[in-house]
Design a protein around this ligand. Structure first.
Ligand code: ATP
Ligand code: MG
Length: 423
């Protein structure tokens, strides 16, 4: 029969890479915990309207990337393309502010975008994201950036450079928007997408990657000149606090990011080794989103970090932590399977990562198998050992073996633990 293939742009994550991914996820949970963020899990499927309103109609995501379809009840639904809108919906619907502000949550979850598949761009990817709701001060912006830096440094990413911009607020952005619009109305040779977006959302033109459009960015009005005093002050505080924490950052006046909801701070963390899709982490402040989704004005800030891109970057640097190998193989031959199973279970109860021979192979093959898996200790249970109440323990590194009584297993576990500790 014909084989069924996975969908274009989707990936299978197999061992051992999946084990390395789990470690990244563990580190993400730990880093979030260190900063006092709790996990949130929202549905993968939401009303399409959430993203139209929450992410913005004239964004790449909503215009051309969402998986949107009618469910059986005729309702228009969308597979989650990003994490923030769902978190804010839950924040409002579940009255999360009632427990007191700030609300600090993180998530590790898949996101779906029907983009053109290419290196670093898949139709399903995984985001580690955090959202901090209820804090307007620059300290909050800096906290989430530091959280991202802490996580990245714990997984061996190396030096983190943050690119930074301010998009202003609802007071000063309109003037900037007008100036951009006036400028872009006067230029000729924009790509079709930019021509379409110009009137609705001229800021998005600064995000276009078409070489022809990039050339126009240099002459575009400088955003700094339009920031109101409060936004300029906020931005200066963010910059000063980052500098004081030793964060390497540089201003990027064309950084607008793919979502409409940002106000004031936007930032990205880029990996120089990754090629075209090199943004590992993107985030910013979104003080208007809660209102847009029907709540009271609530300041908020957060980021989303793509784990696939991060893992690729770490793999290129050769620093992805490996998942721990098994420590013990219980080998057996003859009619000793039940006793071997018993022994393996004892080891597992003692917390030793244990493999049990399941294929009835020759002892030689079993030893080869242990070697292949990187297992140092093999406990051999043949019929002789079974009769004598012993087990033969072989150390594949030293190349020696000894027979020990099965009452003394605690000793063996201890040796294995010590070897693991000294690795
Ligand atoms: P890009 O400019 O690369 O398209 P974006 O602005 O669409 O990114 P965000 O919405 O900010 O990205 O998502 C946060 C992070 O999620 C990105 O920095 C990236 O690491 C990751 N990411 C986004 N889209 C994809 C994708 N299609 N495949 C893999 N990772 C992705
Ligand atoms: Mg994108």
């Amino acid at each position: 029969m014909e084989q069924i293939r996975r969908l274009k742009g989707m990936k299978d994550l197999l061992p051992p890479a999946s084990g390395r991914r789990s470690i990244l996820e563990d580190r993400a949970r730990e880093a979030a915990g260190t900063y006092g963020y709790s996990e949130i899990r929202t549905p993968i499927l939401e009303a399409a309207e959430l993203y139209v309103r929450g992410v913005g109609e004239s964004t790449d995501i909503v215009e051309k990337e969402t998986y949107t379809f009618e469910d059986r009840g005729g309702r228009l639904v969308t597979l989650r393309p990003e994490g923030t809108a769902g978190v804010v919906r839950a924040y409002l619907e579940e009255n999360m502010h009632a427990a007191g502000l700030p609300v600090k949550v993180f998530y590790l979850q898949p996101a779906f975008r029907s983009e053109n598949p290419q290196a670093g761009r898949y139709r399903q990817h995984t985001q580690f994201g955090v959202e901090l709701l209820g804090a307007a001060d620059a300290l909050a912006d800096v906290e989430v950036i530091l959280l991202a830096r802490t996580f990245l440094s714990r997984v061996g990413f190396g030096r983190v450079t943050v690119t930074l911009n301010s998009l202003g607020c609802s007071d000063c952005r309109p003037r900037y928007r007008e100036a951009l619009l006036a400028y872009y109305r006067g230029v000729d040779g924009l790509c079709a997408t930019c021509r379409e977006r110009r009137e609705k959302n001229p800021l998005r033109l600064l995000d276009c990657k078409e070489p022809g459009c990039c050339a126009f960015k240099t002459g575009a009005p400088e955003r700094e000149k339009f920031l109101c005093a409060a936004c300029a002050d906020h931005q200066n505080r963010v910059e000063d606090l980052l500098t004081a924490q030793g964060v390497v950052w540089r201003p990027d006046k064309n950084l607008v990011r793919g979502l409409d909801y940002y106000t004031r701070t936007v930032f990205e963390i880029v990996d120089e080794g990754l090629g075209a899709q090199n943004t590992v982490c993107g985030g910013g402040r979104y003080d208007r989103l809660v209102e847009t989704l029907g709540g009271r004005p609530t300041p908020a800030v957060g980021f989303g970090l793509g784990l696939e891109r991060l893992q690729e970057a770490l793999e290129k640097k050769g620093v992805v932590p490996a998942a721990p190998a098994p420590e013990l193989l219980v080998a057996h031959r003859g009619e000793t399977a039940a006793a071997a199973l018993q022994l393996a279970e004892k080891a597992r109860r003692a917390g030793i990562r244990t493999e049990l021979e399941l294929l009835g192979r020759s002892l030689k093959s079993q030893l080869k198998y242990a070697d292949k898996l990187g297992i140092r200790t093999v406990a051999i249970l043949g019929e002789d050992e079974a009769a004598r109440g012993t087990v033969t323990v072989r150390d594949l590194v030293v190349g020696e073996q000894r027979e020990m009584r099965r009452e003394n297993l605690e000793q063996l576990w201890q040796t294995i633990r010590e070897q693991e500790g000294s690795n």
